[in-house]
Ligand binder design. Structure first.
Ligand SMILES: [Zn+2]
Length: 282
C-alpha cells in the first residue's frame, strides 16, 4: 500500500464559523487568524494505492473559475491537485476510484473542469467510479436553504451525466484495506475512510474533525447541521481511535497534517504530530 497526501487550493474560513460556539479567546491559542478573523484552511486529498486500485479521497475546490464574483474564501490556487498527482507519478486516467466524503464545494470541486467546446463541466477522472453516499446525494440535489450555496449543482449533475456516479447506502469496504464509515452530523451521509496500512490504521477526519484543534467534543464547526449528532459521532470515533491507536489525518488543518491521540484526564486529545513526509512510511 502507498499513501500520499495531495494538497489542493487552500481557502480561508471565518474563525467563528470554524470553531462554532468556542470563544475566540480560547480558539486563537490553538489556531491563528488574520486581522479579519480568517483562518487558513487546507483542503487535502488523500491518494491510496491498494494493490491495483488507485483511490483518491476528495478533490478539493478545483480549478480557478474564469470569471469569478467576489471570492469570500480568498482562495489561493497555487496548489493544484492534477499537478500534485503528476508529482506523485499518476495521471487522472490512472485513478480507479474517487471517494467523495460529501459534496460541499471544497471537497469535490477538483473532479470537474470546464469544457469550453460544450460550455459544460466534464470529469477529470474518466476511468474512476465516483462514490457518494445516497443520503448526501439526495441532500445535494434538493438542498436546504442553509447548505444551498455549498453545492454546485451544475458540476454535480455531470457526475450523473457521465455515468460514473456510484451511490452508497451503507458502510462498506472499498478495497481490502479501506473501509468507509458514515456520519450524519456535519451533513447527511458524510463518508470517511479508515485505512489499514501494513503498520498502522489511519482515519481521514474530513469535516467531522476538520483540524487538530477540533478534537475536544464541544469544538464543533458552525457549518455542522446537527451539532449534537456530531458530538456523539466524534466521541465514538475518538474512543475507538484512542483504543486502537489510530492516526488521524486532518483534512483542513493548515498547520498540522496528522497526529497520534492521547487519553488525558480531560478526555482524548492530540498526541505527537506527524509530518507530511512521514505519512508515506506509516
Ligand atoms: Zn463540508
Amino acid at each position: 500500500m502507498k499513501i500520499k497526501i495531495l494538497e489542493t487550493p487552500i481557502f480561508h474560513i471565518d474563525g467563528g464559523a470554524y470553531f462554532g460556539v468556542v470563544p475566540k479567546i480560547i480558539w486563537q491559542k490553538k489556531y491563528p487568524a488574520d486581522e479579519n478573523n480568517m483562518c487558513k484552511a487546507a483542503c487535502r486529498s488523500l491518494l491510496v494505492v491498494d494493490e491495483k486500485r488507485v483511490v483518491l479521497i476528495d478533490t478539493g475546490i478545483g480549478d480557478k473559475p474564469e470569471e469569478e464574483n467576489e471570492d469570500l474564501y480568498f482562495t489561493d490556487y497555487s496548489e493544484n491537485l492534477i499537478q500534485n498527482l503528476a508529482n506523485a507519478g499518476f495521471s487522472p486516467n490512472d485513478i480507479t476510484d474517487v471517494v467523495l466524503t460529501h459534496l460541499h464545494f471544497d471537497h469535490c470541486g477538483g473532479c470537474f473542469y470546464m469544457d469550453k467546446n460544450t460550455n459544460s463541466y466534464k470529469l477529470y477522472f474518466k476511468n474512476a467510479r465516483h462514490y457518494v453516499n445516497i443520503k448526501q446525494w439526495e441532500n445535494a440535489m434538493t438542498p436546504n436553504y442553509r447548505e444551498k450555496s455549498s453545492y454546485h449543482h451544475e458540476k454535480l449533475i455531470s457526475l450523473q451525466n457521465e455515468g460514473l456516479l456510484v451511490l452508497i447506502d451503507e458502510e462498506f469496504k472499498l478495497t481490502e484495506n479501506i473501509e468507509l464509515r458514515i456520519f450524519n452530523g456535519h451533513t447527511p451521509g458524510l463518508m470517511l475512510p479508515v485505512i489499514f496500512s501494513e503498520k498502522n490504521t489511519l482515519f481521514f477526519t474530513g469535516d467531522l474533525i476538520p483540524a487538530m484543534a477540533s478534537i475536544p467534543l464541544a469544538w464543533i464547526s458552525a457549518y455542522d447541521l446537527f451539532p449534537l449528532t456530531s458530538i456523539e459521532e466524534k466521541k465514538n470515533i475518538l474512543n475507538e481511535a484512542a483504543e486502537k491507536n489510530w492516526i488521524f489525518i486532518y483534512q483542513h488543518d493548515f498547520y498540522n497534517v496528522a497526529s497520534y491521540l492521547n487519553k488525558t484526564d480531560r478526555g482524548i486529545r492530540a498526541g505527537n504530530t506527524i509530518e507530511k513526509s512521514e505519512i508515506e512510511d506509516l
